[in-house]
Design a protein around this ligand. Sequence first.
Ligand SMILES: NC(=O)c1ccc[n+]([C@@H]2O[C@H](COP(=O)([O-])OP(=O)(O)OC[C@H]3O[C@@H](n4cnc5c(N)ncnc54)[C@H](OP(=O)(O)O)[C@@H]3O)[C@@H](O)[C@H]2O)c1
Length: 259
Amino acid sequence: MIRGKVCVVTGASSGIGEATVRALSRAGATVVLAARRADRLQRITEEIRAAGGEASWHATDVTRLEDLEALRSHVEETHRRCDVLVNNAGVPGRGRFAELPLERIRLVTETNFLAVLTCTRVFLPLLLESRGHVVNMASLAGRYALPGASVYSASKHAVVAFSESLNGELGSRGVIVTAVCPGFVDTEGFPQPNAPRAVTFTAEQVAARIVEVIDRREVGSVHIPTWAGPLSAVQALAPPLYRGIAGRVARRFRPSADG
Ligand SMILES: NC(=O)c1ccc[n+]([C@@H]2O[C@H](COP(=O)([O-])OP(=O)(O)OC[C@H]3O[C@@H](n4cnc5c(N)ncnc54)[C@H](OP(=O)(O)O)[C@@H]3O)[C@@H](O)[C@H]2O)c1
């Protein structure tokens, strides 16, 4: 049941995050948009309100603790509660490890992983009060590491592991945690000119699945497409076969799954 829930979404200024706040609002949630580009957040918030939804926004750099604390204060003052936190903000990390600038490695790790931990910690008191739900945006690259996407893939593997562990830890206190793992999604930050159609999705399709995950309080890792989940059996039971497939996929769809 989504109607009436207060849902905070990071990275809401474009792509999957923008589609998610619009879809959550259509389902009756009150949405809080967070990202750095205030002009975008303001425009999307106004459009949601014009369509009859309840929304607010707060300019936030998820890599800055003080911004995340200010976002929580905004949520407390404006909406009094937080039922769902969608940690969606993320940056790509394409490129061979040896050539990737150290600043990029740090940025990918800080934005895609460390900020997920920090934001979750900052919102944890509110989530414990509401017996809420943390939805972390991972990726199929967080389940299957392809050559050419080492840093991005490691950041998303870390998000999957964090989500799985935290769900086990907080379950008895009523808070659930889910990792969402989409394949290819053509967005501003992640253009996908070479992606195979069969595993390419629109931001709206991913958002619709996120709404379902929240509505049904699904836990664990949610794969998009669903059939990508059981591929982990190949990885576990036949590692050389898995590495052969991963190498072929990486060569064909250079340079990475989505990063
Ligand atoms: N597209 C894919 O193929 C794909 C597949 C699997 C998973 N994902 C994941 O999905 C998430 C959303 O990506 P997308 O595809 O929708 O790309 P996108 O359109 O480029 O959106 C990225 C969002 O993250 C925000 N962001 C980046 N750095 C931030 C920071 N330091 N503080 C606050 N917000 C920040 C951006 O907003 P501002 O620039 O306004 O701050 C933007 O709203 C990412 O975590 C990505 O890794 C994407």
